[in-house]
Design a protein around this ligand. Structure first.
Ligand code: PNS
Length: 174
């Protein structure tokens, strides 16, 4: 469908929001971000301000780490948000929420969120992208656990994240 009669047509830039906790950012997140590049004109990485969940890194630290990794690329901006995701998306003039789907086990939660967000704002679509197979088992929770126990994370998290993990969670040596 094309032309002005198409209610889904939009003349403005295609802006997407990639939301998450990013506590911390890992290679799977970065792979999803790379996949957004040919699809959107701008991608806002939305970092949830979820201090009640007691994240390892403060929201400012998470924003700083992600900015250090993708900040040179003009397509990406990194911002924190609180409150409803759809309100944040709306405030940016975006129409799409990006979520990564690693495995079937992600699906139920993601499906519920997508439908709730659609109910809250029918004008916003959730777009699911899948990372490369080698990242399908990587999660922020496991990254923290493996690092804490002294396991090797090379290739799974970007260097600025590894550096900050070293500052925060030195592996036990005895
Ligand atoms: O990386 P995560 O923790 O899986 O990301 C979850 C996130 C940030 C996308 C989700 O918790 C969220 O959107 N929170 C904002 C509050 C909100 O809008 N809740 C209703 C979503 S259905």
């Amino acid at each position: 469908m094309s032309g002005s009669s198409d209610p889904t047509a939009s003349a403005g830039p295609r802006i997407a929001v990639y939301p998450g906790s990013f506590d911390p950012l890992h290679g799977g997140h970065l792979d999803i971000m790379r996949r957004c590049k040919p699809l959107f004109d701008r991608v806002v990485v939305g970092v949830l301000e979820n201090e009640e969940k007691r994240p390892l890194f403060s929201v400012d630290e998470r924003v700083a780490m992600i900015s250090e990794v993708v900040g040179e690329d003009p397509i990406f901006t990194v911002q924190s948000f609180s409150g409803l995701l759809v309100d944040f998306v709306e405030s940016l003039g975006a129409r799409a929420i990006i979520r990564g789907l690693r495995a079937v086990s992600d699906f139920e939660y993601e499906f519920q969120m997508a439908l709730m967000n659609r109910r809250l704002d029918p004008g916003i679509e959730t777009v699911f992208l899948t990372p490369r197979e080698e990242y399908t088992f990587v999660s922020s929770r496991l990254v923290k656990e493996v690092f804490r126990l002294g396991g090797d994370l090379s290739g799974l998290v970007p260097v600025p994240v590894l550096r900050r993990l070293e500052e925060r969670l030195r592996p036990e040596t005895n």
